[in-house]
Design a protein around this ligand. Structure first.
Ligand SMILES: *Cc1c(COP(=O)(O)O)cnc(C)c1O
Length: 433
């Protein structure tokens, strides 16, 4: 075996590999912690699968109305048991994370109700769902009002203001776990639990929903273990394990999930219809793999954080912080840096590695954006991917990696690209690691 040569075939020079190997050694304890979390979560998933007697029959193709779709119904119980909830809705008919969130909100809010976000501005795509930015079919159009409590300077919760914002109309509170593409911290499950406990003490009947996108399996517990009534996420992120080709989930209290089912299909029909059309094996197998896939992504995130931090770039979270989602931001500081980083990630991909990404005007963005995604599933961000808006502070957001060796290759290839472009020097690398 000649490791150096195979890396060379993939465009990685000896000095970059050496630096990477050295850093990997230094991160061993950190990686062990992630492995332990993965072990625990893997057992949780297997236990739920065994308890629900998952069998080959669960992978059968179901078409038409999908009455008695055993694979679908069993999978929903597997999700519910893994997340310790009463019920779950896990369907290919839920097209993405935004759809799952819109579903959970519109299913459980009625005209005259108020929605509260106690954690500042929600994820971009939710602005139109809620009607913060006017949009056809928004909650605002249906007479649901919205209130928001901004975060304190440290990125945490303004409890007195939250207490004031809760009122007789407040029906549902939405809490986003991951920072997404903002600069505030991502929240630990423990912190989310404290926030929920505070809210429930003031208003016990309020529904607490957590946007769990990018958070599943990062910790041994989920927000549903600390009082969340609903957790919501996308199957082309963590819980799909890279195999689910589409889908979203909502898990939580059975009455709330029932509302979601009525909203997704039709009043009266609910969960009874919605054929799974042959995707079940990938849903089960992806969920089975998800704990170790998330672990690989976490290793990649921490590896990149430490590498780029030592090279003198700003990174969020920093190299030592505990992790609550799989996103890593690296501020390269120049447009050339952002482009080189993303081109490196793309060049390391198993799919479309020969394509050179360039910055482009994208709908919904106010600057050009460069995206690197050599993915098996379009837009999948549990697969190694990066994107960077070409504007101050010239940061890239990167996430995913189905396997640790691929995440490592991608990050080393990004560094190589920066070296090749003269943005990072050999001397800088030698001094850093
Ligand atoms: C990705 C994401 C969403 C939206 O999911 P899509 O699948 O892109 O629609 C919502 N909230 C958070 C925190 C996310 O990371």
């Amino acid at each position: 075996m000649n490791m150096e040569m195979i890396y060379q075939d993939l465009g990685i020079s000896a000095e970059v590999l050496q630096a990477g190997d050295k850093l990997e050694q230094e991160l061993k304890d950190r990686f062990d912690t992630f492995d332990k979390t993965a072990e625990y979560n893997q057992l949780k998933v297997i236990h739920a699968m065994q308890k629900n007697k998952v069998s080959e029959g669960c992978f059968q193709y179901a078409s038409g109305y999908g009455y008695n779709d055993m694979g679908r119904d069993t999978l929903e119980q597997v999700y519910a048991d893994t997340f310790h909830t009463e019920a779950a809705l896990v369907r290919p008919q839920i097209t993405c994370g935004t759809h799952a969130l819109a579903l959970a909100l519109s299913a459980n809010l009625r005209p005259g109700d108020e929605l509260l976000s106690p954690v500042g501005k929600p994820y971009d795509t939710l602005e139109e769902v809620i009607g913060i930015r006017p949009s056809n079919g928004s909650l605002a159009e249906y007479g649901v009002t919205y209130r928001q409590v901004d975060l304190l300077e440290d990125g945490y919760f303004d409890y007195p203001a939250i207490e004031k914002a809760l009122n007789e109309k407040t029906k549902l509170v939405t809490i986003q776990r991951s920072k997404g593409y903002q600069t505030r911290p991502s929240y630990s499950v423990e912190k989310i639990g404290e926030l929920i406990a505070f809210i429930k003490k003031i208003k016990p009947d309020v529904i607490c929903m957590v946007d769990n996108c990018y958070g599943e399996f990062v910790e041994p517990i989920e927000p549903s273990d600390v009082g969340a009534d609903l957790i919501v996420g996308s199957l082309i992120k963590n819980p799909g394990g890279g195999l689910a080709p589409i889908g979203g989930y909502v898990a939580g209290r059975s009455d709330l999930i029932e509302n979601c089912a009525y909203r997704l299909t039709s009043p009266g029909l609910g969960k009874e219809v919605g054929a799974s059309l042959g995707v079940m094996q990938s849903f089960y197998q992806g969920f089975f793999l998800a704990p170790t896939v998330v672990c690989s992504a976490l290793k990649g995130a921490v590896f990149a954080a430490n590498l780029y931090e030592r090279l003198g770039f700003d990174v969020i979270p920093n190299g030592r912080e505990s992790r609550h989602d799989i996103i890593q931001a690296v501020t390269l500081g120049t447009p050339e840096g952002v482009v080189a980083f993303c081109q490196g990630i793309q060049a390391a991909a198993p799919v479309d590695s020969y394509v050179t990404p360039e910055p482009w005007a994208m709908p919904g963005y106010d600057s050009d954006v460069i995206m690197a995604a050599g993915a098996f599933v379009q837009g999948s961000s549990i697969e190694l991917s990066a994107d960077g808006p070409i504007k101050e502070p010239y940061a890239v957001y990167f996430q995913g990696g189905l396997t640790w060796p691929h995440a490592k290759l991608g990050i080393l290839r990004s560094l190589q690209q920066l070296l090749n472009a003269g943005i990072v020097t050999k001397e800088q690398l030698e001094r850093a690691i």
